[in-house]
Design a protein around this ligand. Structure first.
Ligand code: MG
Length: 201
């Protein structure tokens, strides 16, 4: 399986990191070793001094596909969850300044926390989600504010990468990203339902 991630998919988040609002999806991958599930903790990596959270809607692919057309893309997923795209922001900043790939800052072990999946019965185009850190609301988003919808993302990425059953798509983070410390507890809510829990150790 692979983890496909979308960067800068919410205009307000692109602006908070001083990035351009993109005209095409910004795509990067994380390896399977990045997956962090079952509420396991993330150990603060020794190579960063600025570990940050990015709470995102995660879509699970349920059908193999290549060159999926946008109008059929909804057939390729049924279940969604919330995930944290953990980012070593200082490393990412250094890589960006040099124009280098940023995988070491975003695809490290445990960098893709994923919560419990639920069936997206009413579609994925208007889902409210929220991240709390130590019980305090830090990020709130609605998938209606995505620059590129889930179906557009699937159409776009499947031109380059064959989608396989079980692949995950991290669909981008809304504004409000921030730094984490050891002992922080992250809790993610989708439409009011608690789906994700992860502690920094
Ligand atoms: Mg992200």
């Amino acid at each position: 399986m692979k983890i496909i991630c979308v960067g800068r998919n919410y205009a307000e988040h692109a602006k908070e990191l001083n990035n351009e609002v993109p005209t095409e999806p910004v795509i990067f991958l994380k390896p399977k070793t990045a997956l962090l599930v079952d509420g396991k903790p993330l150990y603060y990596p020794e190579y960063t001094n600025d570990l940050q959270y990015e709470c995102e809607l995660v879509v699970k692919i349920c059908k193999n596909g290549k060159y999926v057309q946008e109008r059929f893309a909804h057939n390729y997923y049924k279940e969604v969850s919330l995930g944290i795209d953990f980012t070593a922001r200082d490393l990412q900043q250094r890589q960006k300044e040099k124009g280098l790939p940023w995988e070491i800052a975003k695809a490290f072990d445990g960098s893709a926390a994923v919560g419990d999946f639920i069936t997206a019965g009413n579609g994925v185009s208007n889902l409210q989600f929220e991240l709390q850190v130590n019980g305090e609301v830090r990020q709130q988003g609605n998938t209606a504010d995505m620059l590129f919808s889930v179906d557009k993302i699937i159409a776009y990425v499947s031109r380059f990468f064959t989608l396989n059953i079980g692949d995950l798509i991290f669909t981008g983070t809304p504004q409000g990203v921030g730094s984490l410390s050891v002992t922080d507890e992250l809790t993610g809510y989708l439409e009011g339902e608690k789906l994700l829990n992860c502690t920094i150790k």
